[in-house]
Ligand binder design. Structure first.
Ligand code: OGA
Ligand code: NI
Length: 342
């Protein structure tokens, strides 16, 4: 067994145990220029449709450049995360997610296993949050965990402000991203607006310690999984670690590219599009010698929205494969499987 970390500069690396992966540097995972969507001209906005459709039908993963989210929103969130994860464990445990009623707060190392087939826990810590709604929110009162108050840490003092701003900025961005998806799906641009009025969205601020050289696939940063919702945005620090399963069953590193977000589609989007858009397995293995941070935000629809296949994705050759499903019920079922005693 090798005791040295693999050389990340190489193109194709055998990292042992028969697993190979390729460094991507955006050859396989395309970079989509979002700037057309920021135009007030509908003809210009439409230019995103073809490249985005290609990314969604062929890969299910892409980088988004020129997304319009101000850089300080991200750098402040990162600084707050660094501060939080550096705290003593006892301090972090004060907001442990199992002490809250609605899956918010601190997830300690090993608390989740994203790969439901494997026995080991995942090697990362996280803080989970969602829309910060009051405890008397009517949907929270009727038992919908996704709508309710967050569990904010007392330290760092600006954590709530920094992460809350990141979350809200992304949530608003999500509305525009859905319009881009609508164009890519050959649907009216505002198709999703009516199911994005109080959308379920979750954020995971993640810290991945460096993986030991004798790492075992049962305990990696986050085990292989697909996301559950419509789509996910991932901001990643400079340290690579995210990998997507390629169509040739090899893991492709989604190398960080400055000032971009990675976007991947989730199972709900695949289902809603009648399998025209792809939700691909991915995982994280931090093989660098440094901590890796990521901010992952999942975008769902309104809890009570019902998904019936997009008209543009049904044809004689591709008849509807799935019965209509409630967005909320689907997400709850999958999230429950992922957490130990969750
Ligand atoms: C996830 C995920 C990737 C990352 O939380 O679902 O895939 O880079 N995270 O943290
Ligand atoms: Ni994921």
């Amino acid at each position: 067994m090798s005791t040295t970390a693999p050389d990340h500069a190489a193109g194709v690396i055998d990292i042992g145990r028969g697993i190979r992966f390729r460094r991507d540097a955006s050859n396989t995972v395309p970079v989509i220029d979002f700037s057309p969507m920021l135009s007030s001209d509908p003809e210009i906005r439409r230019r995103i449709a073809a490249p985005l459709r290609r990314a969604c039908t062929e890969v299910g993963f892409f980088y988004l450049a020129n997304h319009g989210i101000p850089r300080p929103v991200t750098t402040r969130a990162l600084a707050a995360m660094r501060g939080f994860f550096a705290l003593p464990e006892a301090e972090k445990m004060k907001i442990h997610f199992q002490s809250t009623a609605n899956h918010r707060g601190y997830v300690a190392e090993g608390n989740i296993k994203a790969d439901h087939e494997l026995k080991g826990g995942d090697m990362h810590e996280a803080v989970e949050l969602a829309q910060d709604l009051p405890a008397d929110d009517p949907d929270f009162l009727r038992g919908v965990k996704f709508y309710g108050p967050n569990a904010w840490p007392a330290q760092p003092a600006d954590f709530q402000w920094a992460m809350g701003t990141y979350f809200d900025t992304q949530l608003e961005f999500g509305r525009l991203m859905l319009r881009a998806f609508a164009l890519a799906l050959d649907l009216p641009e505002t198709y999703f607006d009516q199911i994005y009025t109080k959308p379920m969205s979750r954020l995971r601020a993640c810290y991945y310690p460096p993986q030991a050289p004798d790492w075992d696939v049962r305990n990696i940063g986050i085990g292989a999984h697909k996301d559950y919702e419509l789509f996910t945005t991932v901001w990643q620090s400079e340290q690579p670690g995210l990998q997507v399963l390629g169509t040739e069953n090899d893991w492709i590193e989604v190398t960080p590219i400055a000032d971009t977000f990675v976007i991947n589609l989730g199972d709900l989007m695949q289902r809603w599009s009648n399998d025209v858009f792809l939700s691909r397995p991915h995982r994280v293995v931090n093989l660098t010698q440094e901590p890796r941070y990521s901010i992952v935000q999942f975008f769902g629809a309104d809890y009570d929205a019902t998904l019936t296949a997009f008209p543009s994705c049904i044809s004689a050759a591709n008849p509807a494969k799935y019965p209509p499903i409630s967005c909320g019920a689907h997400t709850e079922e999958l999230v429950a499987k992922t957490y130990y005693d969750g």
